[in-house]
Design a protein around this ligand. Structure first.
Ligand code: KIV
Length: 300
């Protein structure tokens, strides 16, 4: 679909919501380790275990048998040894029947991506704001707003493709930086809070449905009001049915991602700081490509 049609992707943790997503034509589902915050009420993703995400992925697979499902590797399940990373990825495949797995990081995790791909599985990278290392990033904060930070995000992006990943997710990064990344890579680049200039979008189901009350990031859009408005217009009795409202909200998300109206760069995106894009462009122009690429995938 790269270059032809925008890809729609949702984070979902349960059977019924997965059914609604498949009915709405969502192309990919991520069973995210955000389950820790969204479902279990933890303050972050760090405590989430393999048992928890594999259990949710099994349920999602039962609800959406035809959809491309991605399992999210929790913190501590891929950082110790490549053997452990491969073994945990295999659990997702064998026990939950996922189609791919996702892990966070770029340059530092390239060797784990390579090992999992060499074992016959598909991997999507995740860079920018990586929630599992939010402590090192100073919290759940947008990345790439200065030239220096954007260069780090770009180096991470360039590490993921040669390691064998089939796609890359960029989180909470200004759209200009994502656009540079999408131009440099051959694999699809998807965004959550990283702007419209790439190959597809990801949102959490609970954000799209307005169910999260604790914190709502800038890039979130609640699609329930428009779903309800359209049902009122049709004087539909579906208005009394949460399953149908959910499906209608997902259909609205699919429509807006496909026609490019979501995300809106003014409403849903982070900005680079004044003068930093120019600095970044001149830094990039100065780079010797070979040396730059070697730095991005050491040892591969
Ligand atoms: O776990 C998750 O939901 C994620 C998204 C925030 C990208 O990793």
């Amino acid at each position: 679909m790269k270059g032809k049609e925008k890809i729609t992707w949702l984070v979902i943790y349960d059977y019924h919501t997965a059914q609604r997503a498949e009915e709405a034509g969502i192309e990919m589902i991520l069973v995210g380790d955000s389950v820790g915050m969204s479902i279990y009420g933890y303050s972050g993703t760090v405590p989430v275990t393999m048992d928890q995400v594999v259990g949710h992925a099994e349920a999602v697979r039962r609800g959406a048998s035809k959809t491309f499902i991605i399992g999210d590797m929790p913190f501590g399940t891929y950082q110790l040894t490549v053997e452990e990373a491969v073994a945990n990825a295999i659990r997702f495949y064998k026990e939950a029947g996922v189609d791919a797995i996702k892990l966070e990081g770029g340059v530092k995790v390239a060797k784990y991506i390579r090992a999992i791909v060499d074992a016959g599985m598909s991997v999507i990278g995740h860079i920018g704001l990586t929630p599992q290392s939010s402590g090192q990033l100073g919290g759940f904060k947008a990345q790439g707003q200065t030239a220096e930070s954007a260069m780090k995000v770009i180096e991470d992006a360039l590490a993921v493709e040669p390691a064998g990943a089939f796609a890359l997710l960029v989180e909470a990064v200004p759209p200009e930086v994502t656009a540079i990344i999408a131009k440099k890579l051959n694999i699809p680049v998807l965004s959550i809070g990283a702007g419209p200039y790439c190959d597809g979008q990801l949102l959490l189901d609970i954000d799209l449905l307005g169910r999260g009350t604790v914190f709502s990031p800038k890039f979130v859009k609640n699609f329930v009001p428009q779903a309800i408005a359209s049902l009122i217009e049709e004087t539909s009795t579906d208005l009394l049915n949460l399953a149908k409202i959910t499906r209608r909200a997902f259909v609205g998300y699919v429509r807006e991602v496909k026609n490019g109206t979501f995300p809106d760069p003014e409403k849903h995106c982070y900005k680079m700081l004044e003068g930093e894009l120019k600095k970044l462009e001149s830094e990039l122009a100065k780079k010797d490509t070979k040396e730059f690429l070697a730095k991005c995938h050491p040892g591969l």
